[in-house]
Design a protein around this ligand. Structure first.
Ligand SMILES: [Zn+2]
Length: 256
């Protein structure tokens, strides 16, 4: 857990850890000991199976490096590329990753930093297209699909998130019989009921960043006795959010 405070990004990966493990178990019926085979991360916690996920791989170079290092899963983020290029980028990495028994997550649709200033047409154009998703999965052989159904990285507008659950339902239909898991990035600030609805509709991994970062920063703003307490409280504040999310996402108590 010390890495949780040393490198903020690792906190997110730690949160993804159990969920990544769930994919592995779901897909391979594994026993959770997969981490022992990997040399990339020094992190070991007794009796806690851990996998390490490489998030948002936006370049071939860094993804190839991650694959060589021995991550358990990688996210190939070619969502900013034209459709055909996203397929070929994802496929290239998926072949390399699968050869090392790594799971591959890839993204189709474009998550914006916020919905501010987008016209309805621009907003719709960023959503994951079902027909494209079908082709994308079949051609790339990915294991998990990160979708855009109105989810955004960062903060949702004051009016709240506008998720297209009807679209998620359609995406669920095409992923279910292909054994592909659905992933939702931008899960910070989603109300409990909405998260539950997404789980019902097949989402098996949520990415939360903003809420964890905010908990840390807000804790720093509170008066504290001295430096030791400041850091300890900030760490505890992050932990509290992570625990809450693990419970909400249904990952608590699943590790074996
Ligand atoms: Zn993301």
């Amino acid at each position: 857990m010390q890495q949780l405070v040393e490198v903020e990004r690792v906190a997110i990966r730690l949160m993804e850890v159990k969920l990544s493990l769930e994919w592995k178990e779901q897909k391979e019926g594994g026993d959770g000991s997969c981490f022992e085979r990997k040399g990339v991360c020094e992190l070991r916690i007794e009796n806690v199976p851990i996998t390490v996920h490489f998030d948002h791989g936006c370049s071939k170079t860094e993804l190839i490096e991650a694959i060589e290092l021995g991550f358990d899963s990688v996210m190939v983020d070619g969502s900013n590329l034209p459709f055909r290029e996203n397929i070929s980028y994802t496929k290239t990495i998926a072949v390399l990753a699968h050869a090392k028994e790594m799971l591959v997550e890839a993204e189709l649709g474009r998550l914006s930093g916020s919905e501010d200033g987008l016209t309805v047409e621009e907003y719709e154009a960023r959503l994951t297209d079902v027909a494209q998703a079908e082709q994308f999965i079949d051609e790339t052989s990915l294991d998990a699909l990160a979708v855009c159904i109105g989810n955004v990285h960062g903060k949702y507008p004051a009016s709240g998130p506008r998720l297209r659950l009807d679209l998620l339902k359609d995406l669920r239909e095409i992923t279910l019989n292909r054994s592909v898991s659905l992933v939702l990035h931008g899960a910070s600030g989603l109300p409990v009921e909405l998260v539950k609805a997404c789980i019902e509709l097949g989402v098996r991994k949520f990415n939360v960043n903003t809420e964890v970062r905010n908990a840390y920063m807000e804790s720093l703003r509170k008066p504290s006795k001295d430096l030791v307490h400041v850091m300890e409280s900030a760490k505890e504040a992050m932990k509290a959010v992570i625990i809450e999310k693990m419970q909400l996402f249904g990952s608590s108590g699943k590790a074996q």
